[in-house]
Design a protein around this ligand. Sequence first.
Ligand SMILES: C[S@@+](CC[C@H](N)C(=O)[O-])C[C@H]1O[C@@H](n2cnc3c(N)ncnc32)[C@H](O)[C@@H]1O
Length: 195
Amino acid sequence: MAPDTTVHNSHVCPHKFAFILDNWIRRLIQNPGKILAGYISPGDIVVDVGCGPGFFTLPLAKAVQTVYATDISNEMLNICRSRAAENNVNNIEFVQSDSINLDIDSNIVDAILLANVYHEFSSNRAILKELHRILKSSGKLFVIDWHRIEMESGPPLEHRLSDKTVIQNFEFADFSFRQAHNIYKQNYVLEFNKD
Ligand SMILES: C[S@@+](CC[C@H](N)C(=O)[O-])C[C@H]1O[C@@H](n2cnc3c(N)ncnc32)[C@H](O)[C@@H]1O
């Protein structure tokens, strides 16, 4: 049977919670440097889907050529934009997404990051097709999301997706699962190729 690609009990994180998404405690448990080491290069074009206030976006931008920071929330994009300006980071292109279409050319992206956002997608078949369109054939896609177990932090259990479900959904959308990276305790990190 085809996997359920129109999941979820989706719940979009409101911009008033931006402060929860960017603080020193989170830097300890989900150090953004760990996802950078070894997976991206200085000449890369990277897309940070659902960038929020820019917890991953700013460190990514310091390590690559260009980051496209996308979000459905204009308020989140404005917070990310202000933080980039405060930190003199000038290589981020901000893209407001209608939750499906991205104003990014086809086959130009070296790496796509979906950090703690996939469980918020309300319908994902079209979004995954769009991510497939923009990724180079040699490109990589990383999904970071919360393990589907009860924890004190993170989204409620009913909003979480198991790593197995995420792998099924991406494989159904023509991505190939490569490996899981065991770098964060509370989150899985799944790596996919385009074909
Ligand atoms: C929990 S926050 C995570 C933000 C950031 N990636 C991080 O790890 O700190 C999820 C973000 O994804 C955005 N979002 C939700 N659905 C989206 C979609 N379909 N396309 C783009 N952004 C989306 C929300 O507005 C929110 O800013």
